[in-house]
Design a protein around this ligand. Structure first.
Ligand SMILES: C[S@@+](CC[C@H](N)C(=O)[O-])C[C@H]1O[C@@H](n2cnc3c(N)ncnc32)[C@H](O)[C@@H]1O
Length: 342
């Protein structure tokens, strides 16, 4: 049945992803539909344990060392960190998944599961591919200025709605400046994605971190290079599909990472680091070098293991794929260059 309802994209996306039958809260979870760095290999967890170690030292080995994973999926990353952690910090570690989906039945008891970002974190706050799923509004230039795009939640058809609020208009002017071009009026190529909701979400998350480092990993873009027409798209069952906000697919848009970083900096009041995942992983020791061929004859099993590890790193650092994702590292209340502290 086709709905005659027209909703702002932000409302439609929120319902489609997080409503009662929402894509992320019912069903098999993100890993069944697309591959993130978390699913791709344990290499990410190993690098993040190195980051955690550096943060622990910078914090002076607190009695409780938190890892909070915001938008935790089915807890895949925290499970990998729990499996990989060794030595003394293991006893001080508190792992918390923040998720709108229900707690998976098979989740280890050591991992807490909550649906709001907790206050008072000391340690590391992670958000891998969370911000691209924070619902946002879209706008299009019309004859009388910028207007919100509305969407029909069952067909995905679009129409134009109200004029932008002053806050959204100001965001657009500053963070997504577009040349005046009559040929873009009311066209798909004229669409822009208003990232203010992601800025607010990140600022809120940073406000919950007392001391430590927050890391957001996501696909995104910078002010000088915003994608013409935006990036809104859908995923279902491993395929890219039309972003119809009916709960049957992921609806996602790349993140304006520089704007998010700036919003975070205002809360954290510490300088941030914004690098590609490739640079981030390399700085944390995942170099992806292939093992020497001579190892193959000396230790064939060791050679195969090293080769598998190298290809896992290669997948995560491929500049045309996951390696092109952004890492935004934001220290709070601690002096540390997170990628130099190994
Ligand atoms: C694309 S998945 C990423 C999952 C995992 N972090 C990974 O990288 O594989 C985004 C997840 O964020 C969750 N999510 C989105 N907004 C949230 C919020 N405000 N609080 C908690 N979880 C949220 C969704 O339910 C979904 O499971």
């Amino acid at each position: 049945m086709t709905s005659s309802e027209w909703l702002p994209w932000r409302v439609a996306m929120d319902r489609a992803l997080y409503g009662p039958e929402g894509f992320f809260v019912s069903g098999a979870g993100p890993a069944a539909h697309f591959r993130t760095s978390v699913h791709a290999s344990p290499v990410l967890a190993a690098a993040l344990l190195r980051l955690l170690d550096a943060v622990d030292r910078a914090l002076g080995h607190p009695a409780q060392l938190d890892v909070v994973d915001v938008g935790a999926g089915r807890g895949e990353l925290l499970r990998a960190l729990l499996a990989g952690v060794s030595g003394e910090p293991a006893g001080r570690l508190r792992l918390t998944a923040v998720e709108r989906a229900p707690r998976p039945e098979d989740l280890p008891a050591e991992i807490d599961w909550v649906n709001e970002i907790p206050d008072g974190t000391t340690g590391v706050l992670l958000a891998t591919e969370w911000l691209d799923n924070v619902p946002l509004d879209l706008a299009v230039p019309t004859e009388d200025g910028w207007r919100y795009l509305l969407v029909n939640p069952t067909s995905g058809e679009e129409s134009t709605g109200d004029k932008l609020t002053p806050d959204d208009a100001a965001w657009l002017t500053h963070w997504w400046p577009t040349p005046a071009d009559d040929s873009l009026v009311n066209t798909v190529r004229g669409r822009v994605e208003i990232g203010r909701a992601r800025d607010e979400a990140w600022a809120y998350a940073l406000g919950r971190l007392d001391r430590g480092v927050a890391l957001a990993v996501d696909y995104g873009h910078l002010r000088g290079d915003r994608p013409v027409g935006g990036t809104l798209t859908g995923y279902r069952g491993g395929r890219q599909v039309a972003p119809v906000p009916d709960g049957s697919c992921d609806v996602t848009a790349h993140v304006a990472v520089d704007s998010v970083a700036s919003a975070g900096e205002r809360v954290a009041r510490c300088a941030y680091t914004l690098v590609s995942q490739r640079e981030g992983l390399r700085a944390l020791g995942a170099d992806g070098g292939r093992p020497p061929l001579s190892l193959a004859s000396r230790d064939p099993a060791g050679y195969l293991r090293a080769l598998a590890a190298a290809s896992a790193v290669a997948e995560l650092t491929d500049p045309a794929g996951l390696g092109g994702h952004w890492w935004l590292l934001q220290p709070v209340g601690v002096t540390l260059d997170p990628l130099m502290a190994r």
